[in-house]
Write a protein that binds this ligand. Structure first.
Ligand code: AMP
Ligand code: MG
Length: 417
């Protein structure tokens, strides 16, 4: 009797027309939208998606810049021996004009005084105390960078939608710009649910697990994955399997962009997350994906807020973030939709069983050959709870549904992460 009730519940939760992993991902992408832009100081904006074009308000360089350590000279003095009238260091300005028959010692990055026609590098002159002999031929403008020769005032150096890279930070700052408009990173909260979770006393302190308890390993694992995805400070919370406590935790996180719950999304008596989400007022988009691990994956939303219910099993949890949540974070952050999937060769046979798409942790190594290619050692865990073998993995291999053995040397697609 118990078995048939279980099956009945199972059929309701996971009807035969369960979403494929791609259909599920498409729904996530469909409901995710870039966040509203805001201004950040340039070095905090690093790595974000630009929400505005960056246009040069000034010329760069801003003055006639000496490109060498050498001497500022007139062309007519080529081949002559001249007195050195003074020195222009980087950061200083020679107020007078360069007079014919004299030269000025000048450093790289210093502004050329008025009247300078060329800079002759130190290596090309002969110096004798405070006089120098110039080479016989000097080109006009030699070793002088004109104002605006690197970047003209009014030039668009970066476009909205581009990533604000370290080089872009440098270019922007060199134009004197201190704040830029970017798409922020989403605020993200992780709620670990489960009556079996040993309480956490803080980031440093972990309470010992009493009999029947386990450590909340999903919380820290997901928080680190969020940080890998550019989220500085994901919030974390732990709640037991009690409806009102889950709902309360959700209400406390009303302002965040993404809520991740772990545990309690399956068919057990105490799997209360779907009910809590309904009470919280979220709209369920899907519950159940034809994949292994992580079949009970739940996706819901409340206005702009995206909510993911991940199964408590650690490998399922890791995979759920890897495939679905990281894609959502990228879109909310204004980035491209999905990470690239690659093709690689299996190094050993892989047996697949059942009607779900399998995602198996693997280790991809770039192997020499002609052409060089990715070779993948699969590291299947003992169960959806097993994150121990997967620790050595750097990717997930995707194996289509159906009973069959993929042979060694066969091509498979995989994603890094
Ligand atoms: P559930 O999805 O609640 O049915 O949990 C599935 C399995 O994952 C159970 O063995 C739980 O004890 C385990 N589990 C649930 N939450 C966590 C967590 N935060 N960290 C590690 N394991 C968990
Ligand atoms: Mg549970």
């Amino acid at each position: 009797l118990h078995f048939s009730i279980f099956n009945f519940q199972f059929a309701i939760l996971f009807p035969p027309t369960m979403l494929s992993p791609n259909e599920a991902l498409n729904l996530v992408l469909q409901y995710a939208a870039p966040l509203r832009p805001w201004d950040l100081p340039v070095d905090d904006a690093w790595g974000h998606t630009l929400a505005e074009d960056i246009v040069a308000g000034v010329d760069c360089p801003p003055f006639h810049r000496s490109m060498m350590d050498g001497y500022a000279v007139k062309l007519a003095d080529a081949g002559r021996t001249l007195p050195i009238a003074g020195e222009v260091a980087a950061g200083s300005v020679w107020e007078g004009e360069l007079a014919a028959g004299t030269c000025l010692e000048i450093m790289t990055g210093a502004p050329c005084p008025r009247g300078t026609e060329a800079v002759v590098p130190k290596e090309l002159v002969q110096r004798d105390a405070d006089r120098v002999t110039l080479p016989g031929s000097i080109r006009v403008g030699q070793n002088i960078a004109n104002p605006g020769s690197d970047c003209r005032q009014g030039q668009r150096i970066l476009q909205a939608g581009m990533t604000f890279t370290p080089m872009a930070v440098g270019a922007t700052v060199s134009l004197g710009i201190t704040r830029v408009r970017v798409i922020p990173r989403p605020m993200l909260a992780i709620i670990s649910t489960g009556g079996e979770l040993a309480p956490r006393g803080g980031d440093e302190f972990m309470a010992p697990a009493r009999p029947g308890q386990i450590h909340d390993s999903n919380g820290p694992m997901l928080a680190c994955m969020a940080r890998e995805n550019g989220i500085k400070k994901p919030w974390r919370r732990q709640v037991p399997d009690r409806l009102e406590e889950i709902v309360h935790a959700l209400r406390c996180m009303e302002l965040v962009d993404i809520i991740i719950l772990t545990g309690g999304v399956s068919v057990g008596t105490y799997d209360l997350v779907p009910k809590a989400l309904a009470e919280y007022g979220a709209e369920e988009i899907f519950h159940g994906v034809s994949q292994k691990p992580g079949k009970p994956l739940l996706f819901a939303r409340k206005e702009g807020q995206l909510i993911f219910g991940l199964p408590g099993n650690p490998l399922a949890c890791h995979f759920g973030f890897h495939r679905y949540i990281s894609a959502a974070i990228r879109i909310l952050s204004g980035g491209p939709a999905v990470s690239d999937s690659f093709q690689g060769e299996l190094t050993q046979p892989l047996q697949i069983k059942g009607e779900r798409t399998h995602f198996i942790p693997g280790r991809a190594e770039y192997a020499s050959g002609s052409p060089p290619r990715w070779q993948i050692e699969v590291l299947p865990g003992a169960s959806s709870a097993d994150i121990f073998r997967g620790c050595a993995a750097n990717c997930y291999v995707e194996a289509p549904p159906g009973d069959r053995t993929m042979e060694a040397g066969e091509l498979c697609s995989f994603t890094f992460g």
